[in-house]
Write a protein that binds this ligand. Sequence first.
Ligand code: ADP
Ligand code: MG
Length: 349
Amino acid sequence: MNIPMKKRIISAAVLVGVFLAAFAGLYWYKTHGKGKEAIRDIYAMDTEMEIKTYGKDADKAADAAVSEIQRLDKMLSAQNEDSEIYKLNQAGELDVSDEAVSMIQEAKELSEETDGAFDITVYPLMEAWGFPSQDYRVPEQSEIDELLTHVGSDKTTIDGNHVTLAKGTQIDLGGIAKGYTSARLMEIFQKYDLTTAMVSLGGNVQTLRPKEDGTDWNIAIRDPKDPSDSSGYVGVVSVSSDAVITSGGYERYFVQDGKTYQHILDPSTGYPADSGIISSTIVSKNGTLADGLSTALYVMGADKAEQFWREHSDEFDFVLVTSDGKILVSEGLESRFTSDGDVEIIRKP
Ligand code: ADP
Ligand code: MG
């Protein structure tokens, strides 16, 4: 072929032009269009957190999420001397914010519904075991017995914004803090007209709508027997707009004289829960509930947990891993949970 030089230059220029336009278009779409993505990785509430937002205001939404996490980290920490919770624990009574009252109220109700498996008044016991300070020790039985007398949902009284703790009682919202936070982030995201979003607060996930390609988010549940191995999963849950929150003893523990002591306490014994469940995941539209129940079902053990779910199956589903390697999955997740493990579907009668 013998194309004149001038024509060749022109067609090359057209080609370059087409490419430039395509790249510019793609760039515009990425930064301004529907497909714009923002990612933030931060460390807060003693854990790694990831925020992913999509939509034209993705950046603004992600920044707002970071500020909200920092606000709640300060507000909810029982160890932060400036927090309402710290001040309430010191003084024994205090006028607290509307937000703190509603969280304490919610925790109290959860405690009553779970027959005390979830109880924010375990804090003095958490301290005795050295979990908050990481100055770990095994307390004497007599010390545990004394501290148990200050545990119970009836030890906290609420009158308007005035919260009173019984003598010797202290509270810790750590068992619902991350679920409450992810739920708050979803509320904030609603204002930014996002196409979709996902937050993972130390493995506790909440999603807003399906991914941009229309498919569900796939949330892997870590293998509690091998949590350090990032490829070790017990299974994957597919969700669109849900909280997927896991409690596992592997998250914080210490070993003394060959025994492992983990950070979720059984409020009825004052000892680390030893119910035969080693990982408890709750899937629910309600992040705060999911977090509280992940702790509660971990404490209850399989039989009580199944019974509790049968009474509240419209509010949540679960994936429980037992120490003998079984994966118990409630009916509602049957088509949304995939695993290579030994799965048993738990059904309603
Ligand atoms: P994590 O914060 O590690 O994700 P959880 O949601 O399971 O874990 O909550 C555990 C935290 O809740 C503990 O670190 C402690 O602050 C508090 N806690 C421990 N046991 C209980 C319990 N039985 N009820 C309520 N809160 C608890
Ligand atoms: Mg929890």
